[in-house]
Design a protein around this ligand. Structure first.
Ligand code: NAD
Length: 299
């Protein structure tokens, strides 16, 4: 039997609505605040569409209430998840309000994609309850949540958060150092940096790079992590490969010129119809549908 907990979500956008859905579907009481009424007005409809496409009970959205006051949304919270824009000053202002208005024992989490939590919670009172929970999009289909604890977080609150997340079917992992990008985005961006460098250097075009990933190690990644893979082939062979290859890989510490040029040209990807590749509306929608079905049917 589920023990109902009061969950508050700050920000009803792409991630916030998904988080609300996960907790509401698990039977918790969910309160959502957003600075823009339009995001609150559309919240239930967006969640009902998701629940329908997953074949889940749409009535669970009745566990969600929306609020145009942060104070009202968090005053009886056990856990608060902030999913506001990725801007440090916005997040710091929100956390300054949260430590004032949420109950003293509420655990307060930021869903920042990459910012160290130290910068968000430093010098705030009672910051032993502030931590990071980095969810992945869509939060109702991707199981991982990286729970990040800066030096000021009390381990008890990390454990409370890990058990809450496990209880709603997520796969939380504890990231012990509060580093930029945590673990998932550090790994992902190392791959993207090399992928872009390969295109920029004319080694292969974007289509070829994506085909290489999807048709080879991409197929194995869900069941074979990189370190398992290194053990599978042997650390000795891994060392030999590294001796040959590492010196040739991109070590850029700035975004690539090619990427900056795409952005400056307005080639912003699917939203503008062109990025690394060209996208018609249909092609973009087909890929989104393929991704959704893949994640939904993933065993
Ligand atoms: N989009 C992703 O794939 C993804 C994945 C993991 C983490 N994140 C992180 O999650 C956070 C939210 O991202 P998103 O994609 O949901 O953004 P989003 O733009 O879809 O949603 C942000 C919401 O915050 C609201 N908002 C703006 N200012 C606010 C304020 N002061 N107080 C409360 N609400 C406010 C906006 O009205 C909007 O509804 C960001 O930190 C982002 O980096 C995003």
């Amino acid at each position: 039997m589920i023990i109902k907990t009061n969950i508050s979500i700050i920000g009803a956008g792409l991630m916030g609505h998904g988080l609300a859905q996960v907790f509401a579907f698990a039977g918790h009481r969910v309160k959502v605040y957003d600075a823009h009424q339009i995001a609150l007005d559309s919240l239930h409809d967006r969640i009902v569409v998701n629940l329908k496409s997953l074949g889940q009970d749409v009535n669970s959205s009745a566990n969600i209430e929306v609020f145009s006051s942060l104070e009202d949304a968090v005053k009886d919270a056990d856990f608060v998840f902030e999913a506001a824009p990725e801007k440090l000053e916005i997040k710091r202002a929100i956390f300054a309000d949260l430590v004032k208005h949420a109950p003293k024992n509420a655990v307060l989490a930021s869903n920042t994609s990459a910012m160290p939590i130290t910068g968000i919670g430093e010098n705030l009172p009672t910051n032993d309850r502030i931590l990071g929970t980095h969810w992945w999009n869509p939060p109702f289909l991707v199981p991982l949540v990286e729970v990040v604890s800066p030096h000021f977080t009390d381990q008890v609150n990390v454990e409370k958060m890990m058990s809450l997340l496990s209880s709603v079917g997520k796969s939380p992992v504890h990231i012990k150092k509060d580093v930029v990008g945590f673990v998932g985005n550090r790994l992902q961006m190392a791959l993207w940096r090399e992928a872009i460098a390969i295109v920029e250097d004319g080694i292969a075009d974007a289509e070829t790079v994506d085909t290489v990933v999807k048709q080879s190690f991409g197929r194995r990644l869900a069941v074979l992590g990189p370190l398992e893979n290194a053990d599978l082939i042997g650390t000795d062979l891994t060392l030999d490969i590294h001796n040959t290859i590492l010196k040739d890989l991109s070590r850029a510490t700035e975004p690539s010129k090619y990427l900056k040029m795409l952005v400056a040209d307005g080639r912003l990807g699917m939203k503008s119809g062109e990025g690394f590749k060209s996208w018609s509306k249909d092609q973009a929608q087909r890929l989104r549908n393929t991704l959704f079905d893949h994640l939904k049917n993933f065993k």
